[in-house]
Write a protein that binds this ligand. Structure first.
Ligand SMILES: Cc1cc2nc3c(=O)[nH]c(=O)nc-3n(C[C@H](O)[C@H](O)[C@H](O)COP(=O)(O)OP(=O)(O)OC[C@H]3O[C@@H](n4cnc5c(N)ncnc54)[C@H](O)[C@@H]3O)c2cc1C
Length: 337
């Protein structure tokens, strides 16, 4: 994906200017790759298998997790038990690891359903993703190889139910209409899936001998393709924390390091995505005005756009760069090292 375009398609009086983010503006070849879920799972399975006997796969659900001071124990459906120094809860929204941690989870729902589908189109997408912001939520096309794209289409539950049942030709015509025909004629592929939108966050990401990653710890609406990436960064931070505390993975120091590495990114992403989604749904004029002014500033001020893009691809980097520049401007700065 070489570029991302945000278009205000709310039809409201206070509309934001279109904003285009180009990876080349911050000297990147691209922002990211749109990977199909089944292909990603297949690749993960293959890389797990390539590790040979170092990885043991148990194809059963975990039904109970017991957390002790020195070890955690996981019991599977058939009664098998596995004991270890660190258990990682990567088991999604209904995490049994989180239940064992007894950490409160704050969860909320949105009056929205996401329709998810892939489609073929007449014109090249040229590696550009277009997100239309509508009064029911975002309508986001993300490029796939060739003249194909994926679509996350957020609607009211009532509209989503009607759209999901449309015959393929009528649904294709509707997608083309909502895309303002920028990719020409559209042919929707089966299946069309739907997901009610919700959000959730936990107060802490770790407990005795356990750590949470991905949706076991944080859930938010599919805006700006943030969910999986946030989970991958959890895993990256977890590995770095284990690496730094090899003497006792799952010990207090390792878990504190993981918590410190992840807390801010998880909290800010959850809040930002929630705010952006709610700002689309609100009928309050002041909020619409703030949104329009904010996106307008991004469209016209390149520095602001660059900071946001850098922050998007590498959280914390943009702030670091701004502080670095500010430090250089401070009087009395001395060279070090
Ligand atoms: C409509 C929609 C569109 C999205 N689009 C994007 C996007 O474009 N980009 C993006 O980055 N993110 C996107 N997301 C978010 C992304 O799908 C999630 O962030 C991601 O799937 C979370 O991964 P996870 O592994 O934490 O959880 P999950 O994908 O839920 O995986 C959890 C796994 O744990 C297993 N499991 C559960 N319980 C147990 C148990 N007791 N024992 C053993 N195993 C168990 C499950 O079988 C499952 O395999 C989207 C989400 C939705 C709903």
């Amino acid at each position: 994906m070489f570029a991302m375009r945000l278009i205000d398609d709310t039809g409201r009086l206070l509309r934001a200017a279109p904003v285009e983010f180009r990876a080349a503006e911050i000297e990147l070849p691209y922002f990211g790759l749109n990977v199909l879920n089944h292909e990603l799972l297949e690749a993960l399975r293959a890389s797990g298998a390539a590790l040979g006997e170092r990885v043991q796969r148990i194809e059963e659900p975990a039904v109970e997790v017991t957390l002790g001071e020195d070890r955690a124990t996981v019991r599977t459906e058939s009664g098998r038990t596995v004991s270890c120094r660190l258990v990682v809860g990567a088991d999604g929204r209904q995490s049994v690891v989180r239940t064992a941690m007894q950490v409160p989870m704050r969860s909320w729902t949105y009056p929205q359903v996401a329709l998810v589908l892939n489609f073929r189109h007449q014109r090249d997408h040229e590696g550009v993703s277009t997100e239309f912001h509508t009064v029911t939520g975002p309508f986001t096309q993300v490029p796939l190889p060739g003249r194909r794209s994926s679509l996350v289409w957020v609607e009211t539950p009532e509209n989503a139910a009607v759209l999901k049942d449309l015959p393929a030709d009528r649904l294709s015509a509707e997608v083309e209409r909502r895309m303002h025909s920028i990719l020409g004629a559209v042919e929707v592929e089966e299946p069309v899936q739907s997901f009610p939108l919700s959000g959730a966050s936990v107060q802490r990401l770790s407990g005795q001998r356990c750590a949470l990653v991905g949706e076991a710890a944080h859930v938010f609406p599919p805006i700006g393709a943030q969910g999986l990436n946030l989970g991958l960064r959890d895993v990256e931070a977890l590995l770095a924390s284990v690496e730094a505390h090899r003497d006792d993975p799952g010990g207090v120091a390792m878990l504190a390091a993981y918590e410190a590495r992840r807390k801010t990114d998880v909290a800010t992403r959850t809040a930002a995505v929630d705010m952006l989604n709610r700002s689309l749904l609100t009928s309050l004029l002041p909020i619409q005005a703030i949104r329009a002014v904010g996106l307008g500033a991004l469209a016209t001020v390149p520095t602001l756009r660059h900071v946001l893009m850098r922050e998007g691809v590498e959280p914390g980097s943009a702030l670091g760069a701004v502080l670095g520049r500010a430090r250089k401007l401070l009087p009395g700065r001395r060279a070090s090292g």
